[in-house]
Write a protein that binds this ligand. Sequence first.
Ligand code: NAD
Ligand code: IPM
Ligand code: MN
Length: 365
Amino acid sequence: MNSYSIALLPGDGIGPEVMREAEKVLAVIQRKFDLNLTLNQFDVGGAAIDKHGHALPEDTLKGCEQADAILFGSIGGPKWDSLPLDQRPERAALLKLRSHFDLFSNLRPAKIYPGLEALSPLRADIAASGFDVMVVRELTSGIYFGQPKGMAGEGEEEYAFDTMRYSRREIRRIAKIAFEAARLRGKKVTSVDKANVLVCSRLWREITEEVAKDYADVELEHIYIDNATMQLLRYPNQFDVMLCSNLFGDIISDECAMITGSMGLLPSASINAEGFGMYEPAGGSAPDIAGKGIANPIAQILSAAMLLRYSLGENSAAEAIEKAVQQALNDGYVTAELLSAERKNEAKTTAQVGDYIAAKLEELA
Ligand code: NAD
Ligand code: IPM
Ligand code: MN
């Protein structure tokens, strides 16, 4: 029996609500696949600020260091928005975890499931043409982390500044991830940049071209970020792997999520060079729906599947979860945001969707 320990960091808003459903699914996986999973829960984000005065308490960081992988919910919310930037849950916990573990490789797979085109807000003929993209986002550098950042000057001349910065090494390592991913998929990398304006993007292009030479079987194309956002809506099926810097990947992945039907469907994996990873929905704590029991738990459940695949190598368990999720979607057993106005009364709660997926898993696995 394989034994693993997973650090669970539910966080704020809908985080704890959707984490509960992922735990139900992992409980079934444990039995069906004969795994010994130890799940240790830790405080993070606003919840940790309220309890311990810090968004990433020492215990939480230690717990993560001792685990085989981290399953993260979501953090942040209006209650903590007025804190100084470096104390807010986003920077003090989430970005800190990403940089502490050097989780530079962020994989965000988004697809319109065959038969589920109606969930997409895109025009029917466009949704029918297909959409299956892996966003490969650089996660530990770029404008999020570049120094210096701050404020200077006075009065009306006071100004704010951030630094966008990328080294050759940082671009090369994420580009390789994108090409490796493309090799296992549609063999095409679209590198997203703003090389008509930004020096960082010019270096980004240079390095991706260099890396491409080692992947003759993979096609490389470059696209400007502004064009990319519209091409995704015009003809989403032209993309396979989208290679993005930190900020562009953040934006593109929300758009990709919505093309599939909901932010609540998009999982993500953030992995370092050793294969250690943190897994989390691409969306946030959704304060607008938190506490109502209506959040879609699928992104969290699929993040657990990615954890099983990428950090634990338990591929068949991951596939079983993905199949059970597809089944729930096929059966129209979904939360409200995936339903049209006339069908809202058929909506299921967060817990009902989690129970359904867990039950399907019992049947399938
Ligand atoms: P958000 O992703 O929380 O919400 C955007 C929209 O998507 C909302 O309408 C929300 O209801 C919807 N949505 C998101 N997840 C959903 C789900 N599972 N089911 C149904 N609908 C869902 O983004 P936001 O409103 O810009 O940010 C809210 C807070 O979350 C902010 O504090 C932000 O910094 C934080 N945030 C955290 C993470 C994270 O923890 N990884 C990611 C993004 C945003
Ligand atoms: C995401 C989130 C985070 C990001 C925020 C909360 C810091 O939007 O994971 O996409 O910008 O990376
Ligand atoms: Mn984001």
